[in-house]
Design a binder for this molecule. Structure first.
Ligand code: NI
Length: 172
């Protein structure tokens, strides 16, 4: 089922999510809804709190993006084991429709998580998938890409987003 995506500012986006105790049918149903919602919105990653569910669950599928590797992942209770390098990338976010901001993140990350069957997995991500993962991990920690900007950069991005929201209201 396609769910409604929560947009900023909303408390569920700025509150850290909770670990999943048991990967059961309910969690798998959530994952299914998250993929459907992400594809419907033409996104490449989605965190559970973006559909209002405060659990540490994310889905990623970079396949639709032409210059990125075909990669589809379900990551439950994810954590970064190690990281290296720095890279800047202009990111978008389904919870900030219309806004893009340049964020600096690690270039490579080694990730440990549970998959949708409750099995522990370890994956090495590099480049675009690594960026998507770190963006979604921030969501699970109650952090949005705006919080990765400092000082005037953050103020300008928020001002741009406010203008986008006003424009949406005018045209609605
Ligand atoms: Ni996002």
């Amino acid at each position: 089922m396609v769910r409604e995506i929560v947009t900023y500012p909303s408390e569920v986006l700025t509150t850290p999510t909770q670990s999943v105790d048991v990967v059961d049918r309910e969690v798998r149903d959530l994952v299914k809804d998250m993929f459907e919602t992400m594809y419907h919105a033409e996104g490449v990653g989605l965190a559970a709190n973006q559909i209002g569910v405060p659990l540490r669950v994310m889905v990623i599928d970079t396949t639709p993006k032409e210059d990125a590797p075909n990669l589809k992942l379900v990551l439950i209770n994810p954590e970064i084991v190690s990281s290296e390098g720095r890279v800047k990338y202009k990111e978008g976010c389904l919870s900030f429709p219309g806004l893009t901001v340049e964020v600096e993140r690690a270039e490579k990350v080694k990730v440990r998580a549970l998959n949708e069957h409750g099995e522990e997995i370890e994956v090495n991500l590099e480049g675009f998938p690594a960026i998507v993962f770190q963006h979604e991990l921030d969501h699970l920690n109650g952090i949005t890409f705006i919080d990765r900007l400092k000082g005037w950069r953050r103020r300008i991005a928020l001002e741009r987003y406010r203008k986008i929201l006003k424009g949406v209201q005018r045209s609605a």
